[in-house]
Design a protein around this ligand. Structure first.
Ligand SMILES: [Zn+2]
Length: 320
């Protein structure tokens, strides 16, 4: 009960950030970059073991954008010219230009590498079909639904390969649901294609959304666990779940990833105790609100330590 984990991304160390920028300019070879990605992955896994995380993530040291990472490796996608996201930020948005195909497994090799470094379970981490569709231009499929369902097939193939490789937990992130709650039914349909028949525990992470609209449909998401940010909303989401007998497991974000402040352990303990009035202890997974990649490595480590220490303290208070 109260198993601890992370949502996915962890910050990249300075040497890796530098090497990634050099690689983009052709100043570092792919194999030299890969070596540093492996080193950073090894270090993050060792850290998670040392602090006592129950379910490990590889930290996504080899990924940039969570949609572009998949789009770059799938058939049918190409990159756009630079488009503006906000302010003076520009990025290349993937374009669906032909039938989407998986040319080869995308995440399985990294998952095997990470799992080979620890005896604790390592989560398989995928971006969901709805989010991949929503964050891309569609120039090929006749509708958003057709595009999403085509992508769902390839994400499903990847999920099955992760399960075959031995992944006990498979997380399929759908952050785009938050920004377009009116299409949640489509996201649910597509996620169902991905998770159908999987024996691994399936998880989806959604964050910072219009909870009034998506909240009442959460129980229909075809996964075993829904991971949500609670800390950033001052645990007000607990009120929504109160009295609902929510049957799925809940990933409970207990530290705010948008804040430099390191939450005191006692504060997190108090919030976990509040959550225990709404959820059963075996229903709760304890983690940060979201990926920690925007924090410094030191802040991320501090926050992960707090997550584990608080969960442990509450676990002990429950057995005694
Ligand atoms: Zn998130």
């Amino acid at each position: 009960m109260l198993l601890t984990t992370s949502v996915g991304s962890l910050p990249k160390p300075d040497y890796l950030m530098k090497a990634r920028s050099q690689a983009r300019k052709g100043e570092t070879s792919a194999s030299a970059l890969r070596e540093l990605e492996e080193r950073a992955t090894r270090d993050w896994i060792r850290f998670q073991e040392e602090v006592g995380m129950d379910i490990i993530v590889d930290g996504e040291q080899y990924r940039g954008d969570m949609v572009a990472y998949f789009a770059e490796q799938l058939g049918g996608f190409r990159q756009s010219e630079l488009v503006r996201s906000y302010g003076n930020r520009y990025y290349r948005k993937p374009i669906i230009a032909g039938p989407v195909k998986r040319l080869r497994p995308i995440t399985v090799e990294w998952w095997r590498f990470a799992q080979g470094l620890t005896s604790r379970p390592v989560k398989g981490m995928l971006t969901g079909p709805y989010t991949i569709m929503d964050w891309s231009f569609n120039e090929h499929y006749p509708s958003r639904r057709a595009a999403t369902l085509a992508i769902a097939q390839v994400v499903r193939e990847e999920a099955r390969d992760l399960e075959r490789a031995g992944a006990q937990y498979i997380q399929v992130d759908e952050p785009a649901i938050s920004t377009r709650p009116e299409e949640m039914d489509l996201a649910i349909e597509a996620l169902g294609v991905v998770t159908k028949g999987l024996r691994a525990q399936t998880i989806t992470h959604i964050c910072y959304g219009d909870f009034k609209t998506i909240g009442p449909k959460l129980h229909r998401l075809p996964v075993d666990q829904i991971d949500l940010e609670f800390a950033n909303r001052n645990f007000e989401l607990l009120r929504f779940f109160k009295g609902r007998r929510f049957a799925k497991a809940v990933g409970l974000g207990v530290v705010d990833v948008h804040s430099h402040r390191i939450e005191p352990v006692d504060e997190v303990i108090a919030n976990l105790k509040k959550a225990l009035k709404v959820f059963k202890p075996e229903q709760i997974y304890v983690d940060p609100d979201c990926g920690l990649k925007t924090r410094t490595p030191e802040e991320a480590q501090e926050k992960l330590r707090v997550v584990v220490q608080a969960a442990r303290a509450v676990r002990e208070s429950l057995v005694n």
